[in-house]
Ligand binder design. Structure first.
Ligand code: SAM
Length: 288
C-alpha cells in the first residue's frame, strides 16, 4: 500500500471504498506529509514505544507510527473505516485496530494489557467535537502516560497552554497544566485536511509530569473550585464560589481564605495561578 500522506493516494482509497465522510465523527483526514513528519519528529517514537492512536481514519498517520513504534493500538469508532484500515495497514504486523468509542475504553486496562502497565505515548489527529473529554480522560483514567501529541482546534491549543491574566486562560488551562507541560508545536491551516475544517488547527504536545507541579490535599475539590471560578468569568472569585452548586463555602469563608493568602478579596479566577488554587483549596478544606 502506497503512503497515504499525499492527497492523490488518500483520494484513491476514498474512491476505492466509496467512503462517505461522517461529520458527526469529526472526520477531517490529514493529507500533508510535512505536517505528518512534524508530528512524528516531535512525538519521538522509537521501537521501544507502544503508541495509542485515537481515530486513525484511513490509517495515514498509523502508517508513520507503525514504521517507528514497537506497537500501535489504534481506536476507531467508525465501523465503515475498519475494512479500509485492514487494507491500508495490511503490511504492518505491529498494528492492532480496535473498533470502539475511545470515551468508553478502559484506558488503564488497555495500557496494562498492551504494554504491561508501562507508559504509552498517545498520538492523534483528534476528532474536535470531543477534544476536552478525550484529553481529560487520558489524564484522569490512571493510564500510565508518557506524552500526548495531538492535533486540536487552534483555539483549544491556545487555551491549553494559556497563562493567568490572558483571555484564553481558564479551567482547561489549569487542568492540562496540572498534569502536563504543554507546548504548541505547529499551526496547521485547513488546506492540510480533506475535507477542510472550518477552523484553524494546531499540534500540541502535553508531556506528562511524573509529579504534579503543585501539591494539593484534595484534587477533586481543587478542580471543583477551579470550575466554579470560571463558570462566570467576570465574577469576583468570592461570588463565584459562594454561589456554586456542589460547594458549601460562604462568602466570609472564601474572603477570609483569600486574605490569609495575601490576595485581594476582589480577585477574579483568571488572575489566579495553579499554585494559588491549590493553596485556596487546602485552606477551604481546613487542611492548610
Ligand atoms: N487520523 C486520521 C487522519 O489524521 O487522517 C483521522 C483524523 S479525524 C480528525 C478523527 C478520527 O476520529 C476519525 O477517523 C473519526 O471517525 C474518529 N473518531 C471520532 N470519534 C471517535 C471516538 N469517540 N472514538 C474513536 N474514534 C473516533
Amino acid at each position: 500500500m502506497a503512503s497515504l500522506g499525499i492527497p492523490a493516494n488518500t483520494i484513491a482509497v476514498l474512491q476505492k471504498y466509496n467512503f462517505t465522510f461522517q461529520k458527526k465523527y469529526g472526520q477531517n483526514f490529514l493529507i500533508d506529509a510535512h505536517v505528518l513528519e512534524k508530528i512524528m519528529e516531535r512525538a519521538q517514537i522509537t521501537k521501544a514505544d507502544c503508541v495509542v492512536e485515537i481515530g486513525p481514519g484511513i490509517g495515514t498517520m498509523t502508517q508513520y507510527l507503525a514504521e517507528s513504534a514497537g506497537q500501535v493500538v489504534a481506536v476507531e469508532i467508525d465501523r465503515a473505516l475498519i475494512p479500509i484500515l485492514q487494507d491500508t495497514l495490511s503490511s504492518y504486523e505491529n498494528v492492532e485496530i480496535i473498533n470502539e468509542d475511545i470515551l468508553k475504553v478502559d484506558l488503564a486496562r488497555l495500557a496494562a494489557e498492551k504494554n504491561g502497565g508501562n507508559p504509552v505515548k498517545v498520538v492523534a489527529n483528534l476528532p474536535y467535537y470531543i477534544t476536552t473529554p478525550i484529553v481529560m480522560g487520558l489524564f484522569e483514567s490512571g493510564m500510565p502516560l508518557d506524552s500526548v501529541t495531538v492535533m486540536v482546534q487552534k483555539e483549544v491549543a491556545e487555551r491549553m497552554q494559556a497563562k493567568p491574566g490572558t483571555k484564553d486562560y481558564g479551567a482547561l488551562s489549569l487542568a492540562v497544566q496540572y498534569y502536563a507541560e504543554a507546548q504548541v508545536v505547529a499551526n496547521v491551516p485547513p488546506n492540510c485536511f480533506i475535507p477542510r475544517p472550518n477552523v484553524g488547527s494546531a499540534v500540541i504536545q502535553l508531556k506528562r509530569y511524573q509529579e504534579p507541579p503543585v501539591r494539593v490535599q484534595d484534587e477533586r475539590l481543587m478542580f471543583s473550585i477551579i470550575r466554579a471560578s470560571f463558570n462566570q468569568r467576570r465574577k469576583m472569585l468570592v461570588n463565584g464560589l459562594a454561589n456554586a452548586p456542589g460547594l458549601s463555602f460562604d462568602k466570609e469563608k472564601v474572603r477570609g481564605a483569600l486574605l490569609s493568602m495575601g490576595l485581594s478579596e476582589n480577585i477574579r479566577g483568571e488572575a489566579m495561578e495553579l499554585a494559588q488554587f491549590a493553596q485556596l483549596s487546602d485552606i477551604l478544606a481546613g487542611k492548610a
